[in-house]
Design a protein around this ligand. Structure first.
Ligand SMILES: [Zn+2]
Length: 426
Protein backbone atom coordinates (compact mmCIF):
# COMPACT_ATOMS: atom_id res chain seq x y z
CA UNK A 1 0.00 0.00 0.00
CA UNK A 2 1.21 3.53 -0.84
CA UNK A 3 2.13 5.94 1.96
CA UNK A 4 0.44 8.87 0.24
CA UNK A 5 -1.66 9.41 -2.88
CA UNK A 6 -2.53 12.87 -4.17
CA UNK A 7 -5.33 12.93 -6.74
CA UNK A 8 -6.87 15.55 -9.07
CA UNK A 9 -3.77 17.74 -8.98
CA UNK A 10 -2.83 20.33 -11.58
CA UNK A 11 0.92 20.41 -12.26
CA UNK A 12 2.99 23.51 -13.14
CA UNK A 13 3.34 22.29 -16.76
CA UNK A 14 -0.45 22.42 -17.16
CA UNK A 15 -1.31 18.71 -16.88
CA UNK A 16 -4.57 18.26 -14.97
CA UNK A 17 -6.28 15.45 -13.05
CA UNK A 18 -2.87 14.07 -12.12
CA UNK A 19 -2.18 11.60 -9.33
CA UNK A 20 1.08 11.58 -7.40
CA UNK A 21 1.93 8.32 -5.66
CA UNK A 22 4.41 8.43 -2.76
CA UNK A 23 6.30 5.61 -1.10
CA UNK A 24 9.14 5.90 1.44
CA UNK A 25 9.56 9.63 0.93
CA UNK A 26 9.85 9.45 -2.85
CA UNK A 27 7.49 9.91 -5.76
CA UNK A 28 6.95 6.50 -7.35
CA UNK A 29 4.44 7.46 -10.03
CA UNK A 30 2.91 10.57 -11.58
CA UNK A 31 0.05 9.71 -13.88
CA UNK A 32 -3.43 10.87 -14.88
CA UNK A 33 -6.41 9.52 -12.96
CA UNK A 34 -4.57 6.88 -10.91
CA UNK A 35 -6.36 5.50 -7.87
CA UNK A 36 -4.71 3.00 -5.54
CA UNK A 37 -4.84 2.05 -1.86
CA UNK A 38 -2.86 4.46 0.33
CA UNK A 39 -2.51 5.20 4.03
CA UNK A 40 -3.16 8.88 3.33
CA UNK A 41 -5.19 10.25 0.42
CA UNK A 42 -5.45 13.89 -0.53
CA UNK A 43 -7.87 15.18 -3.17
CA UNK A 44 -6.25 18.34 -4.60
CA UNK A 45 -9.59 19.31 -6.23
CA UNK A 46 -7.91 20.68 -9.33
CA UNK A 47 -5.49 22.93 -7.44
CA UNK A 48 -1.80 23.32 -8.20
CA UNK A 49 0.79 20.96 -6.75
CA UNK A 50 4.30 22.33 -7.36
CA UNK A 51 7.74 21.29 -6.22
CA UNK A 52 8.71 23.33 -3.14
CA UNK A 53 10.19 26.81 -3.40
CA UNK A 54 13.93 27.42 -3.24
CA UNK A 55 15.65 30.65 -2.24
CA UNK A 56 19.04 30.75 -4.02
CA UNK A 57 20.24 33.93 -2.28
CA UNK A 58 19.70 34.88 1.34
CA UNK A 59 21.50 36.33 4.40
CA UNK A 60 20.39 34.28 7.36
CA UNK A 61 22.97 35.76 9.74
CA UNK A 62 21.29 39.16 9.46
CA UNK A 63 17.65 38.17 9.17
CA UNK A 64 15.01 39.46 11.60
CA UNK A 65 17.49 41.98 13.06
CA UNK A 66 15.57 45.00 11.70
CA UNK A 67 16.06 48.02 13.99
CA UNK A 68 19.15 46.58 15.72
CA UNK A 69 20.83 48.78 16.77
CA UNK A 70 18.99 51.32 14.57
CA UNK A 71 17.10 51.58 11.29
CA UNK A 72 18.83 52.32 7.94
CA UNK A 73 17.96 56.02 7.39
CA UNK A 74 19.17 56.54 3.83
CA UNK A 75 17.96 53.13 2.64
CA UNK A 76 21.17 52.59 0.69
CA UNK A 77 23.27 49.47 0.32
CA UNK A 78 26.29 51.26 1.77
CA UNK A 79 24.47 52.44 4.92
CA UNK A 80 23.17 48.87 5.26
CA UNK A 81 26.74 47.53 5.15
CA UNK A 82 27.83 50.18 7.71
CA UNK A 83 24.85 49.33 9.93
CA UNK A 84 25.66 45.59 9.75
CA UNK A 85 29.19 46.59 10.85
CA UNK A 86 27.68 48.34 13.89
CA UNK A 87 25.55 45.31 14.70
CA UNK A 88 28.29 42.67 14.34
CA UNK A 89 30.11 43.41 17.64
CA UNK A 90 26.75 43.15 19.44
CA UNK A 91 25.79 39.77 17.97
CA UNK A 92 25.55 36.72 20.18
CA UNK A 93 25.42 33.21 18.82
CA UNK A 94 22.27 32.45 20.83
CA UNK A 95 20.29 35.41 19.48
CA UNK A 96 21.49 34.80 15.93
CA UNK A 97 20.48 31.13 16.07
CA UNK A 98 17.10 32.02 17.55
CA UNK A 99 16.35 34.52 14.77
CA UNK A 100 17.54 32.13 12.05
CA UNK A 101 15.41 29.28 13.39
CA UNK A 102 12.40 31.58 13.59
CA UNK A 103 12.95 32.52 9.95
CA UNK A 104 13.22 28.86 8.94
CA UNK A 105 9.80 28.30 10.55
CA UNK A 106 8.37 31.08 8.39
CA UNK A 107 10.05 29.56 5.36
CA UNK A 108 8.62 26.08 5.92
CA UNK A 109 5.13 27.56 6.37
CA UNK A 110 5.57 29.22 2.95
CA UNK A 111 6.72 26.00 1.28
CA UNK A 112 10.31 27.25 1.08
CA UNK A 113 12.35 24.15 1.87
CA UNK A 114 15.83 24.97 0.52
CA UNK A 115 17.77 28.15 1.21
CA UNK A 116 21.26 29.17 0.06
CA UNK A 117 22.47 31.66 2.64
CA UNK A 118 25.60 33.75 2.54
CA UNK A 119 27.35 34.00 5.89
CA UNK A 120 29.71 36.84 6.71
CA UNK A 121 33.26 35.57 7.19
CA UNK A 122 34.90 38.99 7.77
CA UNK A 123 34.91 38.74 11.54
CA UNK A 124 37.90 36.80 12.93
CA UNK A 125 35.73 35.12 15.58
CA UNK A 126 33.59 33.51 12.80
CA UNK A 127 30.71 33.71 15.26
CA UNK A 128 28.10 33.88 12.50
CA UNK A 129 29.68 30.91 10.69
CA UNK A 130 29.56 28.71 13.77
CA UNK A 131 26.02 29.84 14.53
CA UNK A 132 24.69 29.12 11.03
CA UNK A 133 26.47 25.76 10.88
CA UNK A 134 24.57 24.93 14.06
CA UNK A 135 21.32 26.16 12.46
CA UNK A 136 22.03 24.04 9.38
CA UNK A 137 22.41 20.99 11.60
CA UNK A 138 19.23 21.70 13.55
CA UNK A 139 16.99 22.38 10.54
CA UNK A 140 18.32 19.50 8.44
CA UNK A 141 15.33 17.23 9.24
CA UNK A 142 13.02 19.70 7.48
CA UNK A 143 14.97 22.25 5.43
CA UNK A 144 18.09 22.18 3.21
CA UNK A 145 20.35 25.06 4.23
CA UNK A 146 23.43 25.68 2.10
CA UNK A 147 26.05 28.19 3.27
CA UNK A 148 28.30 30.46 1.20
CA UNK A 149 31.43 31.98 2.75
CA UNK A 150 30.82 35.67 2.15
CA UNK A 151 33.58 38.21 2.86
CA UNK A 152 31.21 41.16 3.36
CA UNK A 153 34.03 43.64 4.03
CA UNK A 154 36.01 42.52 0.94
CA UNK A 155 38.31 39.50 0.93
CA UNK A 156 41.31 41.67 -0.03
CA UNK A 157 40.10 44.93 1.54
CA UNK A 158 39.68 43.57 5.08
CA UNK A 159 42.56 42.42 7.23
CA UNK A 160 42.71 38.63 7.42
CA UNK A 161 39.95 38.35 4.80
CA UNK A 162 41.46 35.42 2.92
CA UNK A 163 42.48 33.51 6.05
CA UNK A 164 39.06 33.95 7.67
CA UNK A 165 37.26 32.78 4.53
CA UNK A 166 39.47 29.69 4.31
CA UNK A 167 38.83 28.91 7.99
CA UNK A 168 35.07 29.14 7.33
CA UNK A 169 35.44 26.62 4.48
CA UNK A 170 37.51 24.37 6.76
CA UNK A 171 34.62 24.40 9.22
CA UNK A 172 32.24 23.04 6.56
CA UNK A 173 30.77 26.03 4.74
CA UNK A 174 29.55 24.77 1.36
CA UNK A 175 30.52 27.40 -1.21
CA UNK A 176 32.92 30.27 -1.92
CA UNK A 177 31.51 33.82 -2.02
CA UNK A 178 32.94 37.21 -2.83
CA UNK A 179 32.16 40.88 -3.30
CA UNK A 180 34.51 42.22 -6.00
CA UNK A 181 32.72 45.58 -6.46
CA UNK A 182 33.38 46.37 -2.80
CA UNK A 183 37.15 45.89 -3.05
CA UNK A 184 39.14 49.14 -3.19
CA UNK A 185 39.88 49.19 -6.92
CA UNK A 186 38.67 47.52 -10.10
CA UNK A 187 42.02 45.69 -10.23
CA UNK A 188 41.59 44.40 -6.67
CA UNK A 189 38.04 43.34 -7.53
CA UNK A 190 39.28 41.30 -10.48
CA UNK A 191 42.13 39.87 -8.38
CA UNK A 192 39.59 38.78 -5.74
CA UNK A 193 37.49 36.97 -8.37
CA UNK A 194 40.57 35.10 -9.64
CA UNK A 195 41.76 34.19 -6.17
CA UNK A 196 38.34 32.99 -4.99
CA UNK A 197 37.66 30.94 -8.14
CA UNK A 198 41.06 29.27 -7.79
CA UNK A 199 40.27 28.50 -4.16
CA UNK A 200 36.94 26.93 -5.19
CA UNK A 201 38.61 24.89 -7.95
CA UNK A 202 41.24 23.64 -5.51
CA UNK A 203 38.60 22.53 -3.01
CA UNK A 204 35.97 21.32 -5.50
CA UNK A 205 33.38 23.81 -4.24
CA UNK A 206 30.72 25.90 -5.98
CA UNK A 207 31.14 29.68 -6.30
CA UNK A 208 28.45 32.29 -5.65
CA UNK A 209 29.63 35.87 -5.67
CA UNK A 210 27.85 39.12 -5.03
CA UNK A 211 28.88 40.56 -8.36
CA UNK A 212 28.52 44.17 -9.50
CA UNK A 213 25.76 45.09 -7.01
CA UNK A 214 26.05 48.66 -8.15
CA UNK A 215 24.58 51.16 -10.62
CA UNK A 216 28.06 51.75 -12.06
CA UNK A 217 27.99 50.59 -15.70
CA UNK A 218 31.77 50.10 -15.56
CA UNK A 219 31.51 47.52 -12.78
CA UNK A 220 32.28 44.50 -14.98
CA UNK A 221 33.40 41.79 -12.57
CA UNK A 222 30.86 39.37 -14.06
CA UNK A 223 33.11 39.30 -17.14
CA UNK A 224 36.07 38.20 -15.02
CA UNK A 225 33.88 35.68 -13.19
CA UNK A 226 32.75 34.11 -16.48
CA UNK A 227 36.33 34.09 -17.80
CA UNK A 228 37.75 32.45 -14.65
CA UNK A 229 34.90 29.91 -14.70
CA UNK A 230 35.97 28.80 -18.19
CA UNK A 231 39.69 28.95 -17.46
CA UNK A 232 39.33 26.74 -14.38
CA UNK A 233 36.68 24.39 -15.81
CA UNK A 234 34.05 25.40 -13.25
CA UNK A 235 31.13 25.44 -15.73
CA UNK A 236 27.78 24.78 -14.07
CA UNK A 237 29.14 25.44 -10.56
CA UNK A 238 29.33 29.23 -10.59
CA UNK A 239 26.71 31.89 -9.86
CA UNK A 240 26.86 35.66 -10.20
CA UNK A 241 24.43 37.23 -7.73
CA UNK A 242 22.77 40.61 -8.27
CA UNK A 243 24.73 41.74 -11.39
CA UNK A 244 22.75 45.00 -11.16
CA UNK A 245 25.36 47.07 -13.01
CA UNK A 246 24.28 45.19 -16.15
CA UNK A 247 21.07 47.26 -16.01
CA UNK A 248 23.12 50.41 -16.70
CA UNK A 249 25.75 48.97 -19.05
CA UNK A 250 26.23 50.01 -22.65
CA UNK A 251 24.10 47.81 -24.94
CA UNK A 252 26.99 46.98 -27.26
CA UNK A 253 29.08 45.72 -24.36
CA UNK A 254 26.13 43.65 -23.07
CA UNK A 255 25.74 42.04 -26.51
CA UNK A 256 29.26 40.70 -26.06
CA UNK A 257 28.90 39.89 -22.38
CA UNK A 258 25.72 37.75 -22.49
CA UNK A 259 27.18 35.04 -24.78
CA UNK A 260 30.27 34.89 -22.55
CA UNK A 261 28.08 34.24 -19.47
CA UNK A 262 26.07 31.62 -21.37
CA UNK A 263 29.19 29.85 -22.69
CA UNK A 264 30.69 29.77 -19.21
CA UNK A 265 27.53 28.14 -17.80
CA UNK A 266 27.37 30.80 -15.08
CA UNK A 267 23.97 31.17 -13.41
CA UNK A 268 22.67 34.61 -12.50
CA UNK A 269 20.57 35.37 -9.44
CA UNK A 270 18.52 38.56 -9.39
CA UNK A 271 17.01 39.76 -6.13
CA UNK A 272 14.02 41.81 -7.31
CA UNK A 273 12.76 43.09 -3.94
CA UNK A 274 16.20 44.30 -2.93
CA UNK A 275 17.39 45.50 -6.33
CA UNK A 276 14.33 47.73 -6.83
CA UNK A 277 14.80 49.03 -3.27
CA UNK A 278 18.57 49.62 -3.13
CA UNK A 279 19.55 50.50 -6.69
CA UNK A 280 19.09 53.91 -8.27
CA UNK A 281 19.45 55.61 -4.89
CA UNK A 282 21.89 58.16 -6.29
CA UNK A 283 19.56 59.00 -9.17
CA UNK A 284 17.14 61.91 -9.16
CA UNK A 285 14.75 61.39 -12.10
CA UNK A 286 14.60 59.32 -14.17
CA UNK A 287 15.35 56.73 -11.48
CA UNK A 288 16.80 53.42 -12.66
CA UNK A 289 15.19 50.13 -11.60
CA UNK A 290 18.62 48.57 -11.31
CA UNK A 291 17.70 44.90 -11.65
CA UNK A 292 19.86 42.85 -14.01
CA UNK A 293 18.64 42.04 -17.54
CA UNK A 294 16.53 39.01 -16.68
CA UNK A 295 14.60 38.29 -19.93
CA UNK A 296 17.67 38.99 -22.08
CA UNK A 297 19.80 36.59 -20.01
CA UNK A 298 17.07 33.94 -20.19
CA UNK A 299 16.79 34.36 -23.97
CA UNK A 300 20.53 33.79 -24.19
CA UNK A 301 20.07 30.47 -22.39
CA UNK A 302 21.52 31.58 -19.04
CA UNK A 303 19.97 29.98 -15.96
CA UNK A 304 18.38 32.89 -14.03
CA UNK A 305 16.86 32.48 -10.58
CA UNK A 306 15.33 34.95 -8.12
CA UNK A 307 16.43 35.29 -4.49
CA UNK A 308 14.81 36.94 -1.48
CA UNK A 309 18.19 38.24 -0.24
CA UNK A 310 16.90 40.03 2.86
CA UNK A 311 14.01 39.82 5.32
CA UNK A 312 13.81 42.45 8.08
CA UNK A 313 17.51 43.27 8.29
CA UNK A 314 19.79 46.33 7.90
CA UNK A 315 19.02 46.48 4.16
CA UNK A 316 15.30 45.71 4.01
CA UNK A 317 12.45 46.03 6.51
CA UNK A 318 9.90 43.95 4.61
CA UNK A 319 9.54 40.29 3.59
CA UNK A 320 8.17 37.06 5.01
CA UNK A 321 9.95 34.18 3.30
CA UNK A 322 7.38 34.16 0.49
CA UNK A 323 9.10 33.32 -2.80
CA UNK A 324 5.86 34.07 -4.67
CA UNK A 325 6.20 37.67 -3.48
CA UNK A 326 9.75 37.63 -4.89
CA UNK A 327 8.50 36.27 -8.23
CA UNK A 328 5.66 38.84 -8.21
CA UNK A 329 8.11 41.73 -7.83
CA UNK A 330 10.46 40.15 -10.37
CA UNK A 331 7.87 40.01 -13.13
CA UNK A 332 6.91 43.64 -12.49
CA UNK A 333 10.45 45.01 -12.45
CA UNK A 334 11.48 42.97 -15.52
CA UNK A 335 8.12 43.70 -17.23
CA UNK A 336 7.71 39.94 -17.80
CA UNK A 337 3.92 40.19 -17.87
CA UNK A 338 3.18 37.78 -20.74
CA UNK A 339 1.84 34.37 -19.74
CA UNK A 340 5.17 32.77 -20.63
CA UNK A 341 7.07 35.54 -18.83
CA UNK A 342 5.07 34.96 -15.63
CA UNK A 343 5.70 31.22 -15.87
CA UNK A 344 9.42 31.91 -16.29
CA UNK A 345 9.26 33.94 -13.06
CA UNK A 346 7.67 30.92 -11.33
CA UNK A 347 10.55 28.79 -12.65
CA UNK A 348 12.98 31.39 -11.25
CA UNK A 349 11.93 30.50 -7.68
CA UNK A 350 11.59 26.75 -8.31
CA UNK A 351 13.43 24.77 -11.01
CA UNK A 352 16.00 27.45 -11.95
CA UNK A 353 16.79 28.02 -8.28
CA UNK A 354 17.23 24.25 -7.85
CA UNK A 355 19.94 24.35 -10.56
CA UNK A 356 21.78 27.13 -8.71
CA UNK A 357 21.47 25.16 -5.47
CA UNK A 358 22.54 21.89 -7.08
CA UNK A 359 19.63 20.20 -5.33
CA UNK A 360 19.27 16.50 -6.08
CA UNK A 361 15.93 14.69 -6.27
CA UNK A 362 14.02 17.89 -7.01
CA UNK A 363 10.90 17.86 -9.18
CA UNK A 364 7.58 16.15 -9.74
CA UNK A 365 8.69 12.97 -11.45
CA UNK A 366 9.00 9.35 -10.43
CA UNK A 367 12.21 8.99 -8.43
CA UNK A 368 12.20 12.56 -7.08
CA UNK A 369 11.79 13.37 -3.40
CA UNK A 370 8.14 13.74 -2.42
CA UNK A 371 8.72 17.37 -1.47
CA UNK A 372 5.97 19.60 -2.80
CA UNK A 373 3.38 22.23 -2.02
CA UNK A 374 -0.39 22.26 -2.56
CA UNK A 375 -1.30 25.84 -3.42
CA UNK A 376 -4.68 27.55 -3.36
CA UNK A 377 -4.34 28.39 -7.05
CA UNK A 378 -5.17 26.77 -10.37
CA UNK A 379 -1.81 27.36 -12.08
CA UNK A 380 1.56 29.13 -11.59
CA UNK A 381 0.22 32.43 -12.95
CA UNK A 382 -2.59 32.50 -10.41
CA UNK A 383 -0.19 31.35 -7.69
CA UNK A 384 1.94 34.44 -8.26
CA UNK A 385 -1.02 36.79 -8.71
CA UNK A 386 -2.55 35.75 -5.37
CA UNK A 387 0.74 34.93 -3.57
CA UNK A 388 -1.41 31.85 -3.03
CA UNK A 389 -1.93 30.19 0.33
CA UNK A 390 0.25 27.13 0.90
CA UNK A 391 -2.51 24.74 1.90
CA UNK A 392 -0.10 21.85 2.54
CA UNK A 393 3.68 21.53 2.51
CA UNK A 394 5.26 18.09 2.22
CA UNK A 395 8.92 17.13 2.48
CA UNK A 396 9.97 13.60 1.59
CA UNK A 397 6.38 12.47 1.98
CA UNK A 398 5.93 14.01 5.41
CA UNK A 399 3.41 16.81 6.05
CA UNK A 400 5.37 19.77 7.50
CA UNK A 401 2.89 22.64 7.42
CA UNK A 402 -0.74 23.44 6.72
CA UNK A 403 -2.45 26.80 6.28
CA UNK A 404 -6.24 27.22 6.06
CA UNK A 405 -7.58 28.40 2.72
CA UNK A 406 -7.83 32.17 2.34
CA UNK A 407 -11.52 32.79 1.83
CA UNK A 408 -13.34 36.00 2.60
CA UNK A 409 -16.87 35.85 4.01
CA UNK A 410 -18.93 38.67 2.55
CA UNK A 411 -21.85 40.31 4.38
CA UNK A 412 -23.34 42.65 1.82
CA UNK A 413 -26.68 44.43 2.20
CA UNK A 414 -29.62 42.77 0.39
CA UNK A 415 -27.47 39.88 -0.81
CA UNK A 416 -27.11 36.37 0.51
CA UNK A 417 -23.94 35.61 2.43
CA UNK A 418 -21.12 34.67 0.03
CA UNK A 419 -17.49 33.73 -0.01
CA UNK A 420 -14.70 34.77 -2.36
CA UNK A 421 -11.07 33.82 -2.93
CA UNK A 422 -10.37 36.12 -5.89
CA UNK A 423 -10.61 33.38 -8.48
CA UNK A 424 -12.53 34.12 -11.72
CA UNK A 425 -15.32 31.61 -12.37
CA UNK A 426 -14.71 30.70 -16.03
ZN1 LIG B 1 23.12 39.30 -0.86
Amino acid sequence: MLNLLITHATLPDGRTDMSIAVQDGRIVEVTAGLDAPAHEKLDAQGLLVAPHFIDPHFHMDATLSYGLPRVNQSGTLLEGIALWGELKPLLTAEALIERALAYCDWAVAKGLLAIRSHVDTSDTSLLAVDALLEVKRRVSPYLDLQLVAFPQDGVLRSRGGVANLKRALDKGVDAVGGIPHFERTMADGAASVKLLCELAAERGLPVDMHCDESDDPLSRHIETLAFETQRLGLQGRVTGSHCTSMHSMDNYYVSKLLPLIAEAGVSVVANPLINITLQGRHDSYPKRRGMTRVPELMRQGVNVAFGHDCVMDPWYGMGSGDMLEVAHMGLHVAQMTSQSGIRQCFDAVTVNAAKVFGLRGYGLEAGCDASFVLLQARDPVEAIRLRATRLKVYRKGRLLAETPAATASLHLADRPAATAWMHPKH
